[in-house]
Ligand binder design. Structure first.
Ligand code: HEC
Length: 710
C-alpha cells in the first residue's frame, strides 16, 4: 500500500478513535492491535477498524498463509482453536502442536518459534497466549500441558528468572499429589498489572483437581493469590457441599477464559461444573462456585460477588466462554454491565459492580432425578430476558422429518427417552438433553459493541443423550489384563470412541489399530493429559491405563461380557452415553433445522435485533429448501466497518454478515473448518483479518490465514 495514503489513513483513524473513545465506559483494544485474547481485556472481540466494510468486503482475499509444519510425521490432522494476538507489527500464536510462534503480522513470515515440548509430541488445545510488558521487558505467557511458560517476546527465549528455567508446574501447590492430577489450561490467562491470572482445564471425572483460580507474579512465577472455587472451611459457600468436600472434590474450574475491568481492578471468572459431570449424589448441595460467574478483586483474589447459573450441575453445563464488558442504558442512565453466555443458551446480564441482574432471573421448579440417592436441586435460575438463543425444550413437532422413515425413527427414539424440558436430570433409562453439552453457546464466546450494548453470539442446536449406569470399578483378579482393559475402556472411553472403537469421526477419532499410528508412549500421554475435546484421565491409576493400552494394542475383539455390577461397593455412576448426539441414522441432528445460528441481542432491552441461520449442510436438504445451519465453535468479531466476521462452522466457511441486519455479505471456503475466533489489526494503513484453520491431509497441523483488501 502507498505510504502517504497509509499514513493519512492512520492519522484519520487515530482522530476517529479519539472521538469514539471519548466518554467510553469500556476500554477496548487499541486501534491497530489485537493485544489480548478476543481483542481486549474487556472480552469484546470488537474492533474500531473500518477499512474493510460493507461496501468492499466482497473484495477480501487471502494475503498470506503460514503453515507451522511442526507436527510429527504421522500425527493426526489437528483441530486448531487459537485466537492470535498482535502487538505492533508482530503476531503471536501457538500452532496446533502448541509451539509458540512470532510472525511478521503483515507478511506471515516467521520471526521465531519456541517448542515447549523440546522435540516430544505436542498438541492439546490452546486458544491463545498473553502479552505483558514493563518497558523493554516484554513477555509472552502461555501454557503447554500442565506448564505455564514465560518467553521473551523479542527473541523467543525462555525467561530464566520465571519459575524454574522459564516455566511453572501448574499441578503443584493445589494440595494434591502433583503427579496424580492434571491442570491443563486451554484458554489463556489474563494480565492485571504484574499478575497473570489463570484457572485451568481439569479432568471431568472422579478424582479431578480442584478448579482453583491463581494469580502468578509475572516476573517470578510465584503464586500471589488463590481463590478456592470449592470453598474451604470458613469460606463462603462451604455449606453448599458435604463436609470437607474441597479435600476430595474437583472441577468447578475456569477453562473458558476470563475478562477484566482494568480500571476497577475486577476480574470476571466463569466456572464449569463440579465433577463428576453427570452425577452428584456424592456432592449433595448447591455446590458453589460450580457453574458460577464470580467477580474477584484482581489484586487480591477476594470475592466481590457471584451468580450461580446452575445449581448442583448434573448436565455438564459449564459456563463455556469469557464474559464481556458492555455499557447498557436503563431509564436514561448508563450502567456498566457484564454479559455472560452459557451452554444452555441463556444470557446473563449483571451490573458489573454490584452483581445485580439487569433482567429478572426466576427460580423455577425442575424435574427430580430417578437415580437412587441423587438429589438434584429442586429449582434452577431462568433469565426472563433475553430469551435463550437456542432451543431449551422441544416436542414431537421439532423432530426431523427429512424423510418419513427418519421421522418414524427419531420419533420412536424420542418417545423412549425421558424428557421434560431443560434440566431433566440424566437417568438410568436414558434422558434427552436439550441443549446438549456442546451448547447453546460454546468457547468461541461472543462479540459485543460495548457502547451500544449489542451482543453477537453463535449457537449450536445439538441435543444429546445421557444414560447413567452404575458400573463396576473393582479390579477383579479373575480377569486378564486385556479383559480389565476392556472394562475400563467401556467405562471411560466408549461413550466417545464407541463400544466397537470406531469413534464418531471427524470429532472423535476411531481407535481401531491406533497402535499402528501412535506409539504406546503417545497413547499413554493422550490418556493422561487429554487432547482437544478429549478430557484428561490423569486420575486413572497407572495400572488401569496400562490395561486400557493393552486392550487397545492387542486389538482383540472383546465387548466385555462382564455385567454391570450394581451391588459392588466399588461401583461408580457413569454416563455411559456421555456426549452422544441425538442424531438420525444418516448422522444428521434428529431435530429440524436450524442446527446453528448467529444472533444479535440488544442488551439494553433484552430483545433480538436479528437471528440468522449459520452454516449449511447441503446434503441434508433439497436444493430449494432453506440452509440448515451447522455445528459451530469459534467466536465472532464485530467491527466499526459494519461487519460481523465468523468462521466456526463444520462446513469450512469463513463468513461476513452485515451487523445491522444479519445479511450474509461474504463467504470464503477454507481448506478446513475454522474453529478459532478471528483477529483483526492494522499495519501501515492496511487492515488484516487472521484466522487459525484446522489441519488438512497436506498440512496436518493447519494454517494461519490472513485476509486483506487487494
Ligand atoms: C469426551 C469424549 C472422549 C472420551 C471420553 C475419550 N476420548 Fe479419546 N479422544 C476424543 C477426541 C475428541 C479425540 C481427538 C483429540 C484431538 O482432536 O486432539 C480423542 C483422541 C484420542 C486418541 C488419539 C487418537 C489419534 O488417532 O490420534 C486416543 C489414543 C484416545 N483418544 C484414547 C482414549 C482413551 C483410551 C479413552 C478412555 C480412557 C478416551 N480416549 C476417552 C474424545 C474422547
Amino acid at each position: 500500500m502507498n505510504g502517504i495514503r497509509g499514513t493519512t489513513l492512520k492519522l484519520l483513524s487515530i482522530i476517529l478513535l479519539s472521538v469514539i473513545v471519548w466518554g467510553c465506559h469500556t476500554e477496548t483494544n487499541d486501534m491497530g492491535s489485537w493485544k489480548v485474547y478476543k481483542g481486549d481485556a474487556a472480552g469484546t472481540s470488537y474492533s474500531h477498524l473500518d477499512q474493510i466494510n460493507r461496501q468492499n468486503v466482497t473484495d477480501l482475499s487471502v494475503t498470506w498463509v503460514f503453515h507451522p509444519d511442526d507436527a510429527l510425521p504421522d500425527a493426526r490432522v489437528s483441530k486448531y482453536e487459537c485466537n492470535a494476538i498482535v502487538i505492533e507489527d508482530r503476531l503471536y500464536a501457538t500452532s496446533a502442536q502448541r509451539w509458540l510462534y512470532a510472525l511478521d503480522a503483515s507478511s506471515g513470515e516467521k520471526i521465531w518459534s519456541y517448542d515447549p515440548f523440546k522435540g516430544d509430541d505436542g498438541g492439546g488445545i490452546c486458544r491463545g497466549v498473553t502479552f505483558w510488558q514493563d518497558g523493554e521487558d516484554q513477555r509472552i505467557l502461555f501454557t503447554a500441558d500442565h506448564y505455564l511458560h514465560a518467553v521473551h517476546a523479542e527473541d523467543g527465549t525462555p525467561v530464566t528468572g520465571f519459575g524454574i528455567d522459564g516455566k511453572v508446574n501448574l499441578n503443584e501447590g493445589l494440595g494434591m499429589d502433583p503427579d496424580s492430577i492434571w491442570v491443563i489450561p486451554t484458554s489463556p490467562g489474563i494480565i492485571y498489572e504484574n499478575l497473570y491470572i489463570i484457572g485451568g482445564e481439569v479432568s471431568e471425572y472422579y478424582g479431578a483437581a480442584p478448579g482453583d483460580i491463581r494469580a502468578f507474579d509475572v516476573r517470578t512465577g510465584k503464586v500471589v493469590w488463590t481463590f478456592h472455587t470449592i470453598p474451604h472451611p470458613g469460606e463462603e459457600g462451604y455449606e453448599t457441599w458435604p463436609e470437607d468436600a474441597w479435600t476430595y472434590m474437583g472441577g468447578a474450574n475456569n477453562w473458558a477464559g476470563m475478562c477484566l475491568d482494568e480500571e476497577r481492578g475486577i476480574v470476571y471468572v466463569p466456572l464449569g461444573s463440579p465433577v463428576y459431570d453427570f452425577y452428584g449424589a456424592d456432592r449433595k448441595g448447591m455446590n458453589l462456585f460450580g457453574n458460577s460467574l464470580v467477580a474477584l478483586d484482581a489484586g487480591t483474589g477476594r470475592r466481590l460477588w457471584h451468580f450461580q447459573t446452575v445449581h448442583h450441575d448434573v448436565w455438564d453445563y459449564d459456563l463455556p466462554a469469557p464474559p464481556s464488558l458492555v455499557t447498557v442504558e436503563r431509564d436514561g442512565e448508563a450502567i456498566d454491565a457484564v454479559a455472560q453466555t452459557s451452554k444452555t443458551g441463556f444470557v446473563y446480564v449483571f451490573d458489573r459492580v454490584t452483581g445485580e441482574p439487569l433482567f429478572d432471573i426466576e427460580e423455577r421448579e425442575v424435574p427430580p432425578s430417578d437415580i437412587p440417592g441423587e438429589e438434584v436441586w429442586p429449582t434452577q435460575p431462568f433469565p426472563v430476558l433475553p430469551k435463550p438463543f437456542s432451543r431449551i425444550t422441544i416436542d414431537e413437532s421439532d423432530l426431523s422429518d427429512r424423510t418419513p422413515e427418519i421421522r418414524q425413527e427419531v420419533l420412536s427414539s424420542f418417545q423412549n427417552l425421558r424428557f421434560e424440558g431443560i434440566f431433566t436430570p440424566p437417568g438410568m433409562e436414558g434422558t434427552l438433553m436439550v441443549p446438549g453439552t456442546r451448547g447453546g453457546g460454546e468457547w468461541g464466546g461472543v462479540a459485543v459493541e460495548p457502547d451500544l450494548g449489542l451482543l453477537y453470539v453463535n449457537a449450536n442446536e445439538s441435543p444429546e443423550i445421557a444414560q447413567i449406569q452404575r458400573v463396576n470399578e473393582s479390579d477383579s483378579r479373575a480377569l486378564t489384563a486385556v479383559e480389565r482393559g476392556a472394562v475400563y475402556y467401556r467405562n471411560y472411553c466408549s461413550s466417545c470412541h464407541g463400544a466397537d472403537r470406531t469413534g464418531l469421526p471427524p470429532v472423535n477419532p476411531s481407535l481401531v489399530n491406533v497402535h499402528e499410528r501412535l506409539t504406546v508412549d503417545n497413547i499413554r500421554n493422550i490418556i493422561k493429559s487429554g487432547s482437544g475435546r478429549m478430557p484428561s484421565f490423569a486420575h486413572l491409576s497407572n495400572r488401569r491405563v496400562e490395561n486400557i493400552i493393552t486392550f487397545l494394542t492387542e486389538n482383540v475383539d472383546i465387548t466385555p461380557g462382564i455385567s454391570m455390577d450394581t451391588e459392588s461397593e466399588d461401583g461408580n455412576y457413569h454416563n455411559v452415553t456421555a456426549y452422544s448426539y441425538f442424531r438420525d441414522s444418516e448422522g444428521y441432528p434428529a431435530i429440524k433445522p436450524p442446527w446453528g445460528t448467529l444472533n444479535c441481542i440488544d442488551l439494553n432491552i433484552g430483545a433480538y435485533k436479528w437471528s440468522v441461520t449459520l452454516g449449511d449442510l447441503p446434503d441434508a436438504r433439497h436444493e430449494d429448501e432453506d440452509i440448515t445451519g451447522a455445528e459451530n465453535y469459534g467466536g465472532p468479531v464485530v467491527t466499526a466497518g459494519g461487519l460481523v466476521f465468523i468462521a466456526a462452522t463444520v462446513d469450512k466457511k469463513f463468513r461476513a454478515f452485515d451487523k445491522e441486519t444479519g445479511e450474509l455479505l461474504w463467504e470464503y471456503t477454507l481448506p478446513a473448518p475454522g474453529y478459532a475466533s478471528p483477529s483483526t489489526y492494522m499495519i501501515d494503513g492496511r487492515q488484516y483479518l487472521t484466522l487459525c484453520v484446522s489441519g488438512t491431509s497436506e498440512h496436518r497441523d493447519g494454517s494461519i490465514m490472513a485476509f486483506a483488501l487487494p
